[in-house]
Design a binder for this molecule. Structure first.
Ligand SMILES: [Zn+2]
Length: 241
């Protein structure tokens, strides 16, 4: 095969490799992005649960204070029972005591509900903490993996650039310019020719052109898209399904 054509085929594959690896490189931070978002959400959930627990404790303290006040009121009214002069006053005090006792009972019920709720929240906090820790661990691992991958890709890119440089030096100015021009306008400079067809633009080639390409002695461009052609026929189509 024509020496420069051989170089061009290699050059294009190195170029494609570089493009793909650069794309992979850009995808890496995105992988961490969703994990970071998930972690942030888990941390927010934890903070909210902690806040809820604090607020509930505050409300419970108020209720407990109320219980103390009611107990004091009852003691006060009981003390007054011995001092009253009339039955009406006595009955009124007893009624008051009764009302306070009822209030104590309902407040105690409320406190029990709050204690249940507190246990529920404590459970929620425990689960949220576990989730945060787990996500932190996964993120750390992923970051490590990503850093390793970035380093690997950087190394591969450096090697590919060196390889490209070497191939490039062995091309004539004319071919270098043609390669660049085709790459910039068509996306690729070299195309495979097989089954009488240019696989760059998928147009059927004139028989004479195809024959010349098949020989591989000269640099032949596709008369339709301009890509530099090389012959490579698949040995046998693979069975499908
Ligand atoms: Zn073509």
């Amino acid at each position: 095969m024509n020496k420069e054509l051989e170089i061009l085929i290699k050059l294009q594959s190195v170029d494609q490799f570089i493009v793909e690896r650069k794309r992979d490189q850009q995808e890496i931070p995105k992988r961490l992005e969703s994990l970071k978002k998930e972690l942030e959400k888990a941390r927010n959930n934890l903070e909210e649960a902690k806040k809820e627990k604090k607020e509930l404790a505050l409300k419970r303290r108020e209720k407990e204070k109320l219980l103390d006040e009611l107990a004091e009121k009852i003691a006060d009214r009981k003390g007054r029972l011995f001092k009253v002069k009339s039955n009406e006053e006595y009955a009124a005090l007893l009624k008051e005591i009764e009302t306070f006792k009822e209030e104590i009972s309902s407040t105690e019920d409320e406190i029990i509900i709050m204690l249940d709720k507190d246990e529920e929240i404590a459970q929620k906090i425990e689960e949220a903490e576990k989730k945060v820790k787990e996500l932190e661990r996964i993120l750390k691992e992923e970051e490590k993996k990503c850093n390793e991958l970035i380093q690997k890709i950087e190394k591969e890119l450096k090697q590919a650039e060196e390889e490209k440089q070497e191939l490039w030096q062995n091309l004539s100015d004319r071919i270098q310019r043609l390669y660049e021009k085709l790459k910039n306008t068509k996306g690729s400079a070299v195309a495979r020719a097989a089954n009488q067809t240019c696989h760059g633009c998928f147009t059927e080639l004139p028989p004479q052109t195809f024959l010349e390409v098949k020989k591989g002695e000269k640099m032949i461009q596709c008369p339709f898209c301009g890509r530099i052609l090389y012959y490579w026929e698949e040995e046998k189509p693979q069975d499908e399904g």
